[in-house]
Write a protein that binds this ligand. Structure first.
Ligand code: BGC
Length: 504
């Protein structure tokens, strides 16, 4: 087993011990420190294996994880292939199309904003049921949309659904999954987002032969319905039940999930310990300038992730390939290849994050992305006439995708959850997650006006320039958090150290 000083969020073994509510990263609880990777767990030696029915319940939770991640990814990926067909059908302008694409992210930002409140008042399970119902309803409405306005409403509903589900499902998972499979599930959830994007691209490709955008948009109701079915059979989160003072019910659920008295007692003890540290984010934000710095950094990191230009490709890939001179069929297949490369390159991050550290990977990523987009823009300026030029340009776009998936894709989420002090963690991560969706919305909305306003090549150069600027931001502002405990980060942040020094 590899040894590293602190838990690595992309390391499955570490994730088994530390789970973070939104599923992107795992953090140890500071009041009751659990052993880091490579250390011997304090009480694990006495832990008996989970009972068979506990394992079955865990597998069920696992399926739920997969479906929630898949829905997230499907939502991101599905619109790219449908655009040209629905634009033709409705005869709408690029501006209206931009709204149809981006309103989903606006909905997701709204959903994420209310998800914390809903999941704490209604409970995790009921919030997920609401998310799933809205997801199915939104997909069906998009598929049936009789006017562009109805489509915009459908996409907004879909966004709210994904905002709710993308906050609550991983939170539920982190609370419910037995320790032994928690890490695997969080990794699975992350990977499923990229797989969801790929599946949406492939399904779009399949439906593109008939040009049926209604099926493209409507078919994702099926995974939504499966998610709804799965959630309906799940128990409520024991942690939430205990937060509400319903300990006997929590024990009953744990009986189903763990099926072992010692394990149940340990889990109840841990939950009680965790509940002792109240979240005081808003209060801390008003009072403490150092906390405001870490919240600001989280927000900036998410703006950086979105301004890399990744979602421009996720939402408009066929259009970009059209600009390179490809026919509809090739556009769709190249888009599917983009999705596949995105999935595969995510494994590079998983393999490298713990060896190289966050900053070197971000530097490499931003350089690769800047080169990729810069060259794509240059080729568009010079004119793409031959097959060789077309292939080269597609290749450079794929280089850009690799640059994102191996760096900013997973690592920004990782950093965002590492830099917040314990008492303000929920608030800090909430702010950065909300920013992710708002920035995502602005990128989706502004791409077509940029294309029509300043030109294709110039738009790609603009995003390339952002990536160059982010190299400097990484140098000046981003801390190296590899091999540093969250306690150390918090201590240095609160001591007023410059942000880039709060890590190593
Ligand atoms: C980003 C999404 C993006 C996805 C692509 C995520 O890390 O937050 O906005 O669509 O990566 O794989």
């Amino acid at each position: 087993m590899r040894k590293h000083g602190r838990p690595n969020p992309l390391c499955a073994a570490c994730l088994r011990r530390y789970a973070r509510p939104d599923g992107f990263e795992a953090v140890p609880h500071q009041t009751a420190r659990t052993p880091f990777h490579g250390e011997k767990p304090m009480s694990d030696t006495t832990a008996p294996p989970a009972a068979a029915h506990g394992k079955a319940a865990a597998v069920f939770v696992c399926i739920l994880a997969a479906l929630a991640g898949l829905m997230f990814g499907l939502d991101i990926g599905v619109i790219s292939g449908a655009q040209q067909f629905l634009q033709k059908d409705f005869g709408i302008s690029d501006d209206t199309l931009g709204w149809i694409v981006s309103v989903m992210m606006l909905g997701a930002a709204l959903g994420a904003l209310v998800a914390g409140w809903l999941s704490s008042h209604l409970g995790r399970k009921r919030t997920m049921i609401l998310g799933a119902v809205l997801f199915v309803g939104g997909s069906v409405l998009c598929g049936l949309a009789w006017t562009p306005e109805v489509l915009i409403v459908g996409r907004l509903v879909l966004g709210v659904a994904i905002g709710l589900a993308s906050f609550t499902a991983p939170l539920y998972l982190a609370e419910v999954a037995p320790e032994s499979i928690r890490g695997a599930m969080i990794s699975l959830y992350q990977l499923m987002i990229t797989i969801g994007i790929l599946v949406a691209f492939l399904s779009d490709t399949a439906f593109s032969y008939s040009g049926n955008w209604r099926w493209m948009l409507g078919v994702i109701a099926i995974p939504g319905a499966l998610f709804l079915l799965g959630v309906a059979f799940l128990p409520e989160s024991p942690r939430w039940l205990m937060m509400k003072g319903r300990e006997p019910e929590a024990e009953h659920v744990l009986q189903r999930l763990l099926g072992n008295r010692d394990a149940i007692a340990r889990e109840i003890g841990e939950i009680r310990e965790q509940l002792k540290t109240p979240q005081r984010g808003v209060h801390m934000f008003m009072q403490n300038a150092n906390f405001r710095r870490s919240v600001g950094l989280g927000v900036l990191l998410q703006v950086m992730q979105q301004l890399t230009g990744m979602n421009v490709v996720m939402y408009y890939a066929p259009r970009i390939f059209q600009g390179m001179g490809y026919d509809t069929e090739s556009q769709m297949w190249f888009t599917a290849i983009v999705g596949l490369v995105n999935v595969l390159a995510t494994f590079i991050a998983i393999g490298l994050v713990d060896k190289l550290g966050r900053k070197p990977i971000l530097y490499i990523g931003f350089v690769v992305m800047a080169i990729g987009l810069g060259v794509v823009g240059t080729m568009m300026k010079l004119g793409i006439h031959t097959h060789g030029q077309q292939f080269f340009t597609v290749g450079m776009l794929l280089v850009f995708i690799v640059g994102f998936a191996m760096s900013a894709g997973p690592l920004i989420w990782t950093l965002c959850s590492e830099i917040q002090p314990l008492k303000g963690r929920d608030f800090g991560i909430g702010c950065s997650t909300f920013t992710n969706w708002v920035a995502n919305w602005l990128v989706g909305l502004s791409f077509l006006p940029l294309l029509n306003g300043i030109g294709q090549a110039e738009t790609f150069w603009l995003y390339a320039a952002f990536n160059v600027v982010f190299i400097a931001f990484t140098f000046w502002l981003v801390p190296e958090t590899k091999g540093v405990t969250l306690e150390q980060i918090e201590r240095k942040l609160m001591a007023g150290q410059p942000l880039r020094r709060i890590g190593q």
